[in-house]
Design a binder for this molecule. Sequence first.
Ligand code: NAP
Length: 308
Amino acid sequence: MGSMAFERVTLIGIGLIGSSIARDIKAKGLAGHVTICTRSPETLKRAEELDLGDAYVQSAAEAVNGADLVIVSVPVGASGSVAAEIAPHLKPGSIVTDVGSTKASVIAQMKPHMPDTVHFIPGHPIAGTEKSGPDAGFVGLFKGRWCILTPFEDTNRQALATLKAFWEELGSMVDEMEPLHHDKVLAIVSHLPHLIAYNIVGTAYDLETVTASEVIKYSASGFRDFTRLAASDPTMWRDVCLHNKDAILEMLARFSEDLAYLQRAIRWGEGDKLFDLFTRTRAIRRSIVEAGQDVDAPDFGRHALDPK
Ligand code: NAP
């Protein structure tokens, strides 16, 4: 894919993900013209101040006019209403994609609205931070990260190749997956960890025997690493939980069972069981570092925090 891969791109939703895409498009010259669309005047104004695109439009219907590529980056629960609004105004032959963290639900919400004349190819970049809004985005967010596309059997191969090349220009590696399988994989690697983090942080704050100030003061011993995940956007994560219900409940059931096993091992003093598990999990950490999905710096790479 060369520069100016798309004549006109429209980004609907300009938070962490949308604004990171906008910044990469600009940095790499991947579009002749970028229209930014978001529902609130405040966010739209901020996107303009940050100079993220070429045109700034509040109405999604208006924003997709003439676009060759439309990327929807809103909370997954809002994808149906966005699809309904843009559908009659999409340019024939254009590609419509999304970045939502759940796929079966987004497809169920968006696909019925999509006209046969456009190529609807759902997607999910596996990259992010706990921050949200247009200021949170940055160039290179997707570099070295996977992007999962969930095309349909009859998806046009050329359109798929074009979208794949677009994500590769952003530095991503691209995989294809069945939507339901995507939802299971993400339930264990992303949704469950966030739920555990929200839960442990909530529990710590509700304790009567340990004060909140003690929790904060001594957090470097492990707790603070959960607080990063637990600081993620409440709207986004409410929607993820409600829209990947089955897979999350399946993984939670399995998790609770395994936790009960650990609880039992502790109660009965079965150190070998604990030791075996803790050894296996160390190996998984090593594999993640070897796969380039994290760095091997101690203290979770937080050297910058060290007082010098
Ligand atoms: P974000 O920073 O909170 O930005 C959300 C954007 O969506 C804003 O432009 C917001 O508009 C708009 N929006 C919110 N509610 C809406 C609604 N009901 N109708 C229409 N637009 C609405 O969110 P984000 O982190 O970029 O996440 C966007 C999508 O990417 C989500 O589907 C999420 O699952 C997915 N995702 C997130 C991450 C991550 O780590 N954050 C990673 C991969 C994928 P206003 O500000 O104008 O209200």
